[in-house]
Design a binder for this molecule. Structure first.
Ligand SMILES: Cc1cc2nc3c(=O)[nH]c(=O)nc-3n(C[C@H](O)[C@H](O)[C@H](O)COP(=O)(O)OP(=O)(O)OC[C@H]3O[C@@H](n4cnc5c(N)ncnc54)[C@H](O)[C@@H]3O)c2cc1C
Length: 381
């Protein structure tokens, strides 16, 4: 019998597998694809802190110091810092290296094996397309469409957004700046991006589910940029926003996208997922050591995640709710507000792992708070 069965060889499952194997637990990872990292859906833009937390060194395409943000009125603001804001990594390489490190530490990996369900008694028995596995505890790291999350009850995130992106055969002149595009005609309910990756550029967008497939919006962007015939690869995926109501059950814990550990303002999941790993380890090692792995024993996991980063994600989700209501005219008013109040200096301090902090900082200045009231009122209608 395994100590821990993990479903999913994405970043969440790989980090958990490595940490548990290093602690000498018997770990098995079940992955439905033939290798980790494929098919890729993620952009691969993460902070240097998140990169460090991955505990591996994937190939890096570029180091980003700022962004040029374009509003629906066609006007742009440029925010350039003298410190790196993040890195564009080879996302497949990240997952391959994380899985290799876990295997080196002693975790077993079964590829081409799909989880199909589980039963819980004095052990957890996982049913797959290949054979059943028996373990003491199951980690659901099975991504945005997690079946394991839904086995815990009505356990949906607040919403899903859809993402699509392409690599185009074009090298951006400035390899240190990414571009963001705001507005409902470009990316309804979210934003679009173009990020330098050395000799190619990754261009994509996310949009609210209600806006329909994002591919048409991306086609428009590519045509406008003159890149429609330069596409090398296409990726797509969905992102859960909002932590799921139940993060654990009898002999089951969730992590990563399966838990809804994603920053609601940017769609970035790696930072909160890696943060959660420490709490996952505490709950699992306590549970295994004292043979206390039922729902009531594992409930501290949810509390610890909420205390550490969950409440910040919830506050960010409240901001997202307002963001979704902005019209293109509202975005243009925000542009005017930024210009009028000279806010670019504030934006330079943005931390991509805590993007809402910059809003808090701005609103602490009484004159800025006062002039933001009309914008705020528009977002509550
Ligand atoms: C368009 C897009 C852009 C993004 N950009 C960024 C970004 O720039 N930065 C960032 O931090 N985050 C980004 N994200 C989010 C990020 O990709 C996720 O948060 C992250 O991949 C979550 O990791 P995970 O291990 O939980 O899930 P996943 O990476 O989805 O891994 C889950 C694994 O489980 C496997 N699996 C699923 N079901 C089963 C089953 N039944 N049986 C066996 N195996 C199964 C899957 O094959 C997969 O390998 C982006 C997402 C999208 C869609």
């Amino acid at each position: 019998m395994h100590d821990v069965i993990i479903v999913g060889a994405g970043p969440a499952g790989n980090l958990a597998a490595r940490t548990l194997a290093e602690k000498k637990y018997e770990v098995i990872v079940l992955e439905e694809h033939e290798s980790p990292g494929l098919p890729m859906h993620c952009t691969g833009f993460i902070s240097e802190e998140t990169l460090r937390m991955s505990r591996v060194k994937p190939d890096i395409y570029s180091t980003i110091y700022g962004a040029e943000v374009t509003f629906p009125n066609g006007q742009s603001i440029e925010v350039r810092s003298d410190k790196p804001k993040g890195v564009m990594i080879d996302r497949v390489d990240l997952e391959v290296k994380m899985a290799e490190a876990a295997q080196k530490a002693g975790a077993d990996y079964c590829f081409n094996e799909r989880y199909q369900g589980h039963t819980v008694g004095d052990a957890v028995v996982v049913d797959t397309t290949v054979r059943p596995h028996r373990g003491k505890v199951l980690i659901g790291a099975d991504g945005a469409n997690s079946q394991i999350a839904m086995s815990l009850g009505d356990n949906r995130p607040n919403e899903y957004i859809r993402g699509i992106q392409v690599d185009v055969d074009y090298a951006m002149e400035d390899q240190e700046m990414l571009k963001l595009y705001l507005g409902n005609t470009v990316a309804p309910g979210f934003f679009a991006w173009a990020i330098p990756c050395g000799d190619f550029t990754r261009i994509g967008l996310c949009s609210s589910w209600s806006a329909g497939p994002p591919s048409e919006y991306l086609s428009d962007i590519l045509v406008r940029m003159g890149f429609h015939d330069k596409v090398l690869k296409v990726y797509s995926g969905k992102i859960p926003l909002g932590i799921r109501p139940y993060l654990s059950g009898d002999r089951v814990l969730l992590t990563g996208d399966a838990a809804g550990f994603v920053k609601p303002l940017s769609g970035g999941g790696l930072y909160p997922t890696f943060k959660a790993n420490a709490h996952l380890m505490t709950s699992i090692t306590n549970g295994l050591d004292s043979d206390a792995l039922y729902s009531r024993d594992l409930s501290e996991y949810s509390r610890n995640c909420m205390d550490d980063f969950g409440r910040e994600l919830e506050r960010s989700y409240q901001l997202r709710k307002r963001y979704k209501k902005l019209t293109d005219s509202d975005f243009n008013r925000i542009y005017d507000y930024i210009q009028k109040n000279d806010l670019i200096e504030y934006a330079k301090d943005i931390d991509i792992d805590h993007p809402a902090d910059v809003v808090k900082k701005v609103l602490k200045v009484p004159s800025l708070l006062f002039s933001a009231i009309p914008l705020f009122m528009r977002s509550v209608r």
